[in-house]
Design a binder for this molecule. Structure first.
Ligand SMILES: [Zn+2]
Length: 374
């Protein structure tokens, strides 16, 4: 099964004797549908591809709702994509662009404390405009002061989940991908989730001082022992805005077998350690199913992840160290993006639709996950 470039057509290459074609002219009986499921081509699909095919489109649109599709053996079976990529809506584009325009620019406690503070103000203003209760935690570091900005979405149970992105940058970079992209995605997720109620409580966190060793995230974990006991898991959004569609644009750390992963840098990665393997798998699967335009890859490192320095480079790692399941969602940073920590990490290099897709996918996961208390 292959997707064409604009993800509008799904082709199922079939058994010997040629391919199969589906058009909308005559009817497809349940019997024919069963024949597809029994076909060798269908059996070759991965479970994910099968469920995309069945749940996403075929069952709803062709098989059971409209019995108006012929099924001609010997040609190419062509389905519309199960969920065609949703174009960016005007409001989505406007919001994401506005977030980026307000945030991109050096945000550093030593070299640009003013823009670091302005960004904190912008983020808390956005949360408040969504009707969310905002808490600010002051974090002191080597004579500087900056803040974690925390928005609460209370649930019915004590269980507390954390969705986070850091908003600081290293000196001498506008920090567009690292990490304005993720803050924009964080605000998009908050925008949707603020309008619904959930079983589990969620804290949406914009952390400060990630770039100095996850200082803001560590402060968050250690600052409130009662809160720490309630935290059941965490997602860190770490650079979610850069894609490169060229072959060989993606590299990997030495402990990752590149033959198992794409060489094109156009996917999003979900990274976990052993205690968070279940969370990583569930998250990746929901992201892929809910947003088929998104290519999702998963990496789970052994143990607590102590020996894998590159995959520790975000705010999830202090959660790993505290024994809390945590995953990072990332475009893989310097394994793909040549602008990492450079003056060239600018807004113009970002793919806004990729940011939107990542936000939609995380939102879809959290909507389900926060209500699943089993
Ligand atoms: Zn970062």
């Amino acid at each position: 099964m292959t997707f064409n470039n604009d993800c509008k057509v799904l082709k199922l290459r079939a058994a010997p004797g040629g391919n199969m074609t589906m058009t909308r002219d005559t009817s497809l009986s349940i019997k024919s549908a069963e024949k597809i499921i029994k076909s060798r081509a269908f059996k070759k699909l991965s479970p994910l591809e099968r469920s995309l095919l069945l749940k996403g489109h075929w069952r709803g649109n062709y098989c059971y709702n409209s019995h108006k599709t012929p099924f001609l053996w010997g040609q190419t079976l062509t389905f519309p994509c199960p969920c065609p990529r949703k174009a960016m809506t005007e409001p989505e584009l406007k919001r994401i662009r506005q977030h980026l325009e307000n945030i991109v620019g050096e945000r550093n406690p030593f070299t640009q404390p003013k823009h670091l503070e302005n960004t904190a103000q912008y983020i808390s203003g956005q949360f408040e405009a969504m009707g969310l209760k905002v808490t600010r935690e002051m974090v002191e570091y080597e004579g500087t002061q900056s803040q974690n900005i925390l928005a609460q979405i209370p649930g019915d149970s004590d269980d507390l989940f954390v969705l986070a992105a850091h908003y600081d940058s290293v000196p001498n970079t506008p920090g567009a991908d690292d990490n304005a992209s993720a803050v924009a995605a964080l605000l998009e997720v908050a925008h949707t989730l603020s309008q619904t109620s959930h079983q589990k409580s969620l804290i949406i966190s914009a952390f400060t001082l990630e770039e100095y060793g996850f200082i803001g995230a560590k402060h968050f974990i250690d600052h409130d022992p009662e809160r720490k006991k309630r935290i059941s898991g965490m997602i860190s959004l770490e650079m979610v805005g850069f894609k490169n569609p060229q072959p060989n644009s993606q590299s990997y750390p030495p402990y990752v077998d590149p033959s198992q992963y794409p060489d094109t840098g156009d996917f999003i990665a979900v990274v976990g350690n052993e205690p968070s393997a279940g969370l990583a798998q569930a998250l990746a699967q929901k992201m892929a199913l809910s947003t088929p335009a998104l290519k999702v890859e998963t990496l789970v490192v052994p143990g607590q992840g102590e020996n894998f320095s590159e995959v520790r480079l975000s705010d999830h790692s202090p959660f790993w160290d505290a024994g809390i399941p945590a995953v990072m969602i990332t475009d893989t940073a310097f394994f793909r993006n040549p602008n990492y920590h450079q003056p060239s990490d600018t807004l113009e290099t970002l793919d806004l639709e990729f940011i939107r897709d990542n936000a939609l996918a995380v939102t879809a996961f959290l909507k389900q996950f926060l209500n699943n208390t089993g």
